[in-house]
Design a protein around this ligand. Structure first.
Ligand SMILES: Cc1ncc(COP(=O)(O)O)c(C=O)c1O
Length: 481
């Protein structure tokens, strides 16, 4: 990519840089704090305003010493670059220490794990914009999706509107609800690539729901991933919540990748359920998750709370759900408590959450997205923008997951063995190699799924990692052609 940006941030011969792209780059400035400069401002201040990619790189390395210190808080092996955070994170040293100390103390004191972890929930909930009664600890995303979906009072003929890019963690409880209660699952087919905006999603869902209603169907809930695990597209929660509210639906977000990546205020978003992983981007121990449950009426979502029963619990309140701004009972306690828990796991998750708070959740989000944006631009520059399954230009759709087609012969992406070979060779043939993964992506109009590559960019990466990854992938793509 080449071109110049003038001091008003206006495009000067940069065919690929849209207004939205410039907005995103401005956004990078506010996220990183007062000292941060946007690339445009940096370019305007310097003598050598150069290419857009150079500006993005300059922005990324500006705080390099800080992010190197952050990287050193982790024990990741250096024999490869870990870029599959979307599958599993890595506990920072402080969480490992907390886990070890609490585990030892538990053994020494013959401790048990009864309770609902209220004190731990109180320490974490404000960072997610909710109260402790609205933040439960679950076993992982899948467990949270089961709590959410299987606890609702489904009736035969209810319709769940969801997408064709959902993960098994959400699909499985939806399928159980279908077979057990006669719920109908209706899927919106999602677009891929850069040619989409947040409005694409509000229109898709709204039109789909209107179509179902016109057939006399009783649409009751919307379930969507934010972001999807296949393309990394951040289906926009705030905008989709407007669709949810206009159709008076129950909202269930598979937010596996949200905790630790995106700094969202769930009280302000007003979602009924957001099921996130503790063990991915939030870098807590395995078998930890964070489930947000709307438990009081806030201005963000005036709809009544859905009737819901706990399905996996030792705490059952028969109280009705509140109709006011005051909770009638601690719903998160009923999700969190189920017999004796392994409390050191959750203590370690909280240590990781508190580390994120001390670094700054918005700062981490901004850095992750800046890395991801830099990667997406570099892919677009080398392979062409059409290689991307993840959109790059609408900041509302941007996550730290990037999926694309790396092959020189574009049709090779249909051959899953080739995609697997790419993933294993990018690990084995480069020193250090890269840990990434495949994603089997349904693409509208394609005869079969595309086997794209999926890359995660997180707080232990830097611009050099992206540069070397892109060069290595390019090199491997030529060798495999
Ligand atoms: C979108 C999505 N949902 C659910 C899951 C399942 O996650 P967990 O292992 O936390 O249950 C994943 C795992 O990668 C995912 O990407």
């Amino acid at each position: 990519m080449s071109g110049m940006v003038d001091c008003n941030g206006e495009k000067m011969g940069i065919e690929k840089w849209t207004a939205k792209r410039r907005d995103f780059l401005r956004m990078l400035g506010y996220g990183a704090g007062a000292a941060a400069l946007t690339p445009m401002m940096a370019a305007c201040g310097g003598a050598d305003a150069s290419t857009g990619l150079d500006q993005m790189r300059a922005e990324l390395v500006r705080d390099a010493a800080f992010w190197t210190d952050v990287e050193n808080m982790f024990v990741l092996s250096r024999d490869k670059v870990h870029m599959n955070v979307g599958t599993g994170g890595s506990m920072p040293q402080v969480s490992l220490d907390t886990f070890a100390a609490k585990n030892l103390a538990k053994a020494q004191e013959s401790g048990s794990g009864y309770g609902n972890l209220l004190e731990l929930r109180q320490r974490v909930a404000p960072s997610f914009g909710v109260d402790a009664d609205e933040l439960a600890f679950s076993a992982n995303t899948s467990s949270g999706m089961c709590h959410a979906i299987l606890g609702l009072d489904w009736r035969a003929g209810d319709v769940i509107v969801t997408t064709n890019h959902e993960h098994g963690g959400g699909n499985t409880p939806m399928n159980i609800a279908r077979d057990r209660y006669g719920v109908e699952i209706s899927r919106v087919s999602l677009p891929v690539g850069n040619n989409q905006t947040a409005a694409t999603y509000t229109n898709l869902f709204d039109e789909h729901i209107r179509g179902l209603k016109a057939q006399g169907k009783r649409v009751r809930a919307m379930v969507w991933s934010c972001p999807t695990y296949l393309t990394g597209t951040l289906l926009p929660i705030a905008e989709l919540m407007e669709v949810v509210k206009s159709h008076e639906l129950i909202s269930i977000v598979d937010g596996a990748h949200l905790p630790g990546m995106m700094h969202f205020d769930y009280g302000a978003l007003g979602v009924d359920f957001m099921s996130g992983a503790g063990h991915k981007w939030q870098c807590g121990p395995g078998s930890t998750g964070i489930l947000i449950i709307r438990n009081k009426i806030r201005a963000s979502n005036p709809l009544p709370l859905p009737t819901w029963f706990p399905v996996h619990t030792s705490t059952y309140s028969a109280a009705a759900r509140t109709t006011t701004g005051t909770a009638s009972y601690d719903i998160a306690a009923s999700v969190t408590s189920c017999g004796s828990l392994h409390t050191p796991m959750f203590e370690a998750l909280v240590a990781s959450c508190e580390l994120w708070d001390s670094i700054g959740r918005k700062k981490i989000e901004t850095y992750d997205l800046a890395l991801s944006s830099y990667l997406k631009e570099k892919i677009a520059e080398r392979w062409g923008v059409e290689a991307l399954y993840a959109p790059k230009d609408d900041p509302k759709l941007l996550s730290a997951l990037t999926s694309f087609n790396p092959f020189k012969n574009k049709d090779d992406v249909m051959v899953s063995a080739k995609a697997s070979e790419f993933v294993s060779r990018i690990r084995s043939d480069y020193a250090p190699g890269f840990e990434i993964r495949n994603a089997s992506i349904p693409v509208i109009g394609a005869a079969a799924n595309h086997n794209g590559l999926r890359i995660s960019t997180h707080l232990w990466h830097d611009a050099d990692d992206i540069d070397r990854l892109v060069d290595s992938m390019w090199d491997l793509a030529q060798k495999m052609a």
